[in-house]
Design a protein around this ligand. Structure first.
Ligand code: GLN
Length: 484
C-alpha cells in the first residue's frame, strides 16, 4: 500500500472522496507515523488519537451514505495539527507555558471551527516557544522541536511544531501563528510552505494573544496548493474578531500567471549568510527565466524595522500577559494565605525567562517617561514602512527576500544571547509591521539544510502571492521530504 502520509492535502481529499482509501486507513497511518517518529522530532504537545479516529469514522460514514459534497467538506479527512496557542474545545491549550499547563478552552477558535466544518481531522496540538515568543522552539516547556532534516538542528519558531510535523509527515497540513515571522521562519528551516495572511484576513478569535496588532494565523503545507486549500477554509470575516476585514475572502487558486513584476529588497539580503544569499539570487534567475521582470530594489526604512518590531511586540505582550494572575484561570493554589503582591509575584514566577524579559521590557517602554522615546517612535517607523511599501507596490507586484538570513543552526547556539536570537527576524518582521501578506516557499539547500524564499505582496493580494509562489514552486522543483 502507498504511504498515505506523504500525500498532499489535495491528494488526500481526492483519495478519500473517491474511495481509493478510507479516512480511517489514512489517519491510522498518520498515527503510526507519529508513534514511530515523534520521539525524535517532538512536534506535538498533545496527540488526540481517539478524537482523530472518531472523526475519520464519521467522514467515512458520510461518504458511504452519499452525503452532499458540501457536508463532507473541502478538506475531508485531511490530518491537521494546531499550534498550541490556538484554542480547541476539549483539548488542552497550553501555549507551552507552565502558567496554562492545565487550561482547557471551553470553545473552539474560529479557524478550528472552520477547519472542522470543512471535514479536516485535528490530530493534535503542536509545540511552540512559550506564548509564541522565540524563533527556535527552544523556549517551550515541553522541550525543543527537532528539525526533521537534521535532528541536531533547530526547527525554527515559534511555530516549530507546525512546520516540523508537516516536514516529518506527521500531519498533512498545519496551523501556526505569525507575529514576527513565526509561520515563515520554521517553514523556511523545515522546507515547507508557510503563509502569513494580510492582517484581518483570518480571524484571530481563539488565538491567545502575544502582540495582537501584529499577528495573524496562517497555514503550512507541503505545497502552495495545500496552503491555498486551507486558506479557502479559514479566511474571511468573523463577528467575534472586530479586526477581520468585512469584504468577502475570494476563492484562491494556484493558477500561475507570467510577467509578474518582482523587486528583490536588497537591504534584506545584505550581510546575510552567503549560502542563503546565493540561493536567493538564483531564485531571481528562476523568475527571470519564467518571463517575469525581476530586479533589485531598495527599501531604506527596513533598517529600523527590527527595533520597531521588538518595541511594539514587547509593549503589547506586557499588556496581554497581565491577565495571567491565576485568579480567572490557572493552576490550583491558595491565594488566601498570601499578601496580594507576594501572591502575584509567586504566580508570575511561573513564566519562563524569555517571557519575563519581554514583560519587563514592554512595561518599561510603555511607562510614561519612556513612552515617547520608544513606543511612539516605533509606531512612527511602522507608518514610514507602510508609506515606503505602498510606493514600491506601485512599481512591483511582488517583493522578494530571504525568509531567514541564516541556515538552521544547532541547539543552544543563540539561546543565551537574546539579541542574537532577535536579529534573525530581520527579514520577516516587515510584513507584520505593515500588515501585508507574505509566504515562505522552499528554495533550496546548503549543507543539507533548507533555505526559504520569502514572497511578499501588497495588502489583500494573496492571489498574486499564490500565483507567484506556485510559479516558483513548479519551476524551481525543490526536494520536499527528508528521509526519516
Ligand atoms: N521571533 C519573533 C518573536 O520572538 C516572532 C515570534 C512570532 O511570530 N510569534 O517575537
Amino acid at each position: 500500500m502507498v504511504n498515505l502520509c506523504s500525500l498532499t492535502a489535495e491528494q488526500v481529499v481526492e483519495g478519500v472522496k473517491n474511495n481509493h482509501f478510507s479516512a480511517v486507513e489514512y489517519i491510522s497511518q498518520i498515527l503510526e507515523r507519529i508513534e514511530k517518529i515523534e520521539s525524535q522530532i517532538n512536534a506535538f504537545t498533545i496527540v488526540d488519537a481517539n478524537g482523530a479516529l472518531k472523526k475519520a469514522l464519521s467522514i467515512d460514514k458520510k461518504i458511504r451514505d452519499g452525503e452532499d459534497e458540501k457536508k463532507i467538506g473541502s478538506l475531508a479527512g485531511v490530518a491537521v495539527g494546531i499550534k498550541d496557542n490556538i484554542c480547541t474545545k476539549g483539548l488542552k491549550t497550553t501555549c507551552a507555558s507552565k502558567i496554562l499547563e492545565d487550561y482547557v478552552s471551553p470553545y473552539d477558535a474560529t479557524v478550528v471551527k472552520k477547519l472542522k466544518e470543512s471535514g479536516a481531522i485535528i490530530v493534535g496540538k503542536l509545540n511552540l516557544d512559550e506564548f509564541a515568543m522565540g524563533s527556535t522552539t527552544e523556549f517551550s516547556r515541553y522541550g525543543a522541536t527537532h528539525n526533521p532534516w537534521n535532528i541536531n538542528y533547530v526547527a525554527g519558531g515559534s511555530s516549530g511544531g507546525s512546520a516540523a510535523s508537516v516536514a516529518a509527515l506527521e500531519c498533512t497540513v498545519s496551523i501556526g501563528s505569525d507575529t514576527g515571522g513565526s509561520v515563515r521562519c520554521p517553514a523556511s528551516f523545515c522546507s515547507v510552505v508557510g503563509l502569513k495572511p494580510t492582517y484581518g484576513r483570518v480571524s484571530r478569535f481563539g488565538l491567545i494573544s502575544y502582540a495582537n496588532s501584529l499577528e495573524q494565523i496562517g497555514p503550512m503545507g507541503k505545497t502552495v496548493a495545500d496552503t491555498v486549500m486551507v486558506m479557502n477554509s479559514i479566511a474571511g470575516m468573523d463577528d467575534n474578531d472586530q479586526t477581520t476585514l468585512n469584504n468577502g475572502a475570494p476563492k484562491y487558486t494556484t493558477q500561475s500567471k507570467r510577467n509578474i513584476r518582482i523587486g528583490l529588497v536588497k537591504e534584506l539580503v545584505e550581510g546575510i549568510e552567503p549560502e542563503v544569499s546565493k540561493c536567493i539570487y538564483s531564485a531571481m534567475d528562476v523568475f527571470s527565466k519564467s518571463d517575469c521582470k525581476c530586479e533589485e530594489t531598495s527599501m531604506k526604512s527596513v533598517e529600523f524595522a527590527l527595533a520597531s518590531y521588538y518595541t511594539i511586540a514587547m509593549a503589547e505582550a506586557s499588556s496581554n500577559l497581565a491577565r495571567y494572575d491565576n485568579i480567572r484561570y490557572g493552576f490550583e493554589s491558595n491565594p488566601d494565605s498570601y499578601e496580594w503582591n507576594a501572591y502575584f509575584a509567586k504566580i508570575r514566577s511561573n513564566f519562563g525567562e524569555e517571557v519575563k524579559r519581554r514583560i519587563i521590557t514592554g512595561t518599561y517602554v510603555l511607562s510614561s517617561e519612556y513612552y515617547g522615546k520608544y513606543y511612539l517612535k516605533a509606531q512612527k517607523v511602522r507608518t514610514m514602512l507602510k508609506q515606503e511599501l505602498s510606493a514600491l507596490y506601485k512599481i512591483y507586484d511582488i517583493l522578494i527576500a530571504p525568509t531567514m538570513p541564516v541556515l538552521p543552526f544547532k541547539f543552544g547556539e543563540k539561546i543565551d544571547d537574546p539579541l542574537k536570537m532577535y536579529m534573525i527576524d530581520i527579514d520577516t518582521v516587515v510584513a507584520n509591521l505593515t500588515g501585508i501578506p507574505a509566504i515562505s516557499v522552499p528554495a533550496g539547500f546548503s549543507k543539507g539544510l533548507p533555505i526559504g524564499l520569502q514572497i511578499m505582496a501588497d495588502e489583500l493580494q494573496e492571489q498574486t502571492l499564490f500565483e507567484t509562489a506556485s510559479l516558483f514552486e513548479s519551476t524551481a522543483n525543490v526536494q520536499r521530504s527528508p528521509k526519516l
